[in-house]
Design a protein around this ligand. Structure first.
Ligand SMILES: Nc1ncnc2c1ncn2[C@@H]1O[C@H](COP(=O)(O)OP(=O)(O)OP(=O)(O)O)[C@@H](O)[C@H]1O
Ligand SMILES: [Mn+2]
Length: 535
């Protein structure tokens, strides 16, 4: 009898839940309550719908909401300023100012121990002393190294800087180096070259002149066959290029200035984000992302004649434009991707050679993709030390530091959708391959701090990444990004608001690291390698 009542109640509860469509909007559908209509990834959350509050509101506040909240006049003081600051320096410093141009607001907290900082940035949060020209104004000492910035508690986070003249030359060289000439190089097997490049810890080499020729080939080579790609949840096509090379085509869905509102993982893929991310991967010298170019295709001439029947079946005309909807988890006839007439812009990602096998791993900082449910990492400040650090594959080797690198990368590009990542199977030293970066550059007015959770909680960073970030600070990263993408066939790749967003996010990374250094000491945070200490 008891069982009967309970199961009937459960049934009722389940039925109730089924009608409550306000919850699930993630990529998976683990339960029967899933309602795809409402929370397709292409769906943008209406502004007037109240959202359930989580302890951590996805790591950031919408700047537009900040004015409604009390006691948020808190100014973020940069810790990477060039002169040592007084003890008012802290990641979040309470300020009595009512200055509305204050770039950052944060909710006051009684405890310094919380899962994540809640900071939201409305517009460029300049590091006060960071010059826009990319150089550093810090007075160099005789060796060209600056005095370390002293922090409260005696810790320091030295940011080595170059002599202004050396820095100037460095900037020029870096900008020169990162530009790519897309030029034809006939009688070359570009695909074979890309295959030879593939390593356990890199996809392509640094500064290889073959890259421009390979990318040129990607933009021009005849498409021999076009098919759907059912893998993943987003609309895309699989192309087979002449010479037996596969490539993924992600269609343009938004104009450059479009802002994706709502959750940081909302919206369709951004093809330009996929391109910009590849170049950022080059700039950071990670070389862990597949090679991507922009390409405009003629759907009627280049695709339909070589399309498989199952892809052709999803083609439609709308308002005189050729469109398709493909076949994937979120693909449906009413959500067409349309060309401009017959021409469709998109990104083309080179398929990785089969030298190694991909293995998919669940990201330890995976989101719940639900408003009513927080993941453990969002509320537990010890999540990293208890659940990540001590356990394989993060307890030794390169994986853990790769995870942190990826968090930095994703924070810069604004990708909050890294629910899984991929590595080479059976290769313990494998890199985390930065596959699928298209959920990026959605909202340039919002910095999704929760993406930095692995950095803020684990307080570890590979030294080479730290050094590179220091080199790129002060605007060099974005200068290089603009130069790197300038020759892409569908350039400009990013709207200037996104460039501004990157410049704003860099100091936030340094602030997060500084807080780590304050608490743990520099040597424990910036490391060459990491291994779980013997207990
Ligand atoms: N360049 C590539 N080389 C080899 N395999 C790839 C490549 N790009 C994607 N894949 C494979 O296809 C899968 C789906 O691709 P991708 O992640 O870009 O699609 P998606 O629809 O965005 O997926 P999701 O919805 O899970 O984010 C990847 O997880 C990977 O296994
Ligand atoms: Mn994706």
């Amino acid at each position: 009898m008891y069982f009967f009542v309970t199961s009937r109640n459960n049934r009722k509860l389940r039925a109730l839940k089924r009608h409550d469509r306000s919850k699930y909007h993630g990529p998976f559908h683990p339960d029967p309550n899933y309602q795809p209509e409402r929370f397709r990834r292409g769906y943008e959350y209406p502004a007037n719908v109240p959202r359930a509050n989580t302890i951590l509101p996805s790591g950031g506040l919408n700047p537009l909401d900040a004015k409604d909240l009390p006691n948020r006049n808190i100014r973020l003081v940069s810790l990477i300023s060039d002169q040592p600051k007084s003890s008012t320096q802290s990641l979040m410093t309470k300020s009595s100012t009512t200055n509305t141009t204050s770039t950052t607001t944060t909710e006051p907290t009684t405890s310094s121990r919380r899962a994540l900082p809640r900071v939201s940035t409305t517009k460029a949060a300049p590091s006060p002393k960071a010059p826009s020209g990319g150089g550093s104004k810090r007075e160099p000492s005789k060796e060209g190294k600056s005095a370390p910035a002293k922090l409260p508690g005696g810790a320091s986070l030295p940011l080595p800087t170059m002599k202004p003249s050396i820095r100037k030359k460095f900037i020029e060289d870096e900008i020169e180096r990162i530009g790519i000439k897309l030029e034809e190089k006939p009688n070359t097997n570009h695909w074979e070259i890309a295959k030879d490049w593939l390593r356990v810890r890199s996809v392509y080499p640094q500064n290889h002149q073959g890259l421009g020729a390979l990318m040129f080939a990607m933009t021009k080579t005849k498409i021999m066959k076009a098919d759907i790609l059912t893998r993943g949840t987003q609309l895309k096509m699989m192309f087979y290029l002449q010479g037996n090379q596969r490539a993924i085509f992600k269609p343009k869905r938004y104009e450059r200035e479009h802002v994706i509102k709502g959750n940081a993982y909302d919206g369709y893929d951004r093809h330009n984000g996929e391109i910009a991310s590849f170049h950022l991967d080059r700039i950071l010298n990670f070389r862990r992302a597949p090679i991507v170019v922009g390409r405009k295709i003629n759907l009627e001439i280049e695709i339909l004649p070589v399309a498989t029947q199952r892809l052709k079946d999803t083609f439609k005309k709308k308002n005189g434009n050729t469109c398709f909807y493909g076949q994937c988890y979120y693909c449906k006839e009413t959500e067409l991707a349309c060309g401009h007439g017959e021409i469709m812009e998109g990104s083309l990602t080179l398929w990785l050679a089969d030298t190694f096998t991909l293995e998919k791993v669940r990201h330890p900082y995976q989101r719940t993709y639900r408003d009513d449910k927080t993941a453990k990492w969002e509320t537990d400040p010890d999540y990293c030390s208890v659940y990540v650090k001590p356990n394989p594959p993060y307890d030794k080797g390169v994986r853990f530091l790769d995870l942190i690198d990826m968090a930095i990368f994703d924070f810069i590009i604004g990708n909050a959708d890294r629910h899984h990542y991929e590595v080479w199977a059976d290769q313990p030293e494998s890199m985390i391959i930065l596959l699928d970066n298209a959920k990026s550059f959605g909202n340039p007015h919002h910095d999704e701090l929760s993406i930095l959770a692995p950095v803020a909680q684990c307080c570890l960073l590979r030294k080479s990444t730290f050094d590179r970030l220091v080199e790129l600070k002060g605007g060099l990263m974005t200068k290089m990004l603009i130069e790197a993408t300038r020759t892409d066939p569908i350039s400009p790749i990013l709207h200037k608001k996104h460039i501004e967003a990157i410049n704003r996010r860099m100091p936030i990374i340094f602030q997060t690291l500084t807080k780590c250094v304050q608490e743990n000491g520099r040597d424990a945070v910036i490391v060459e390698s990491w291994k779980r200490p013997e207990s």
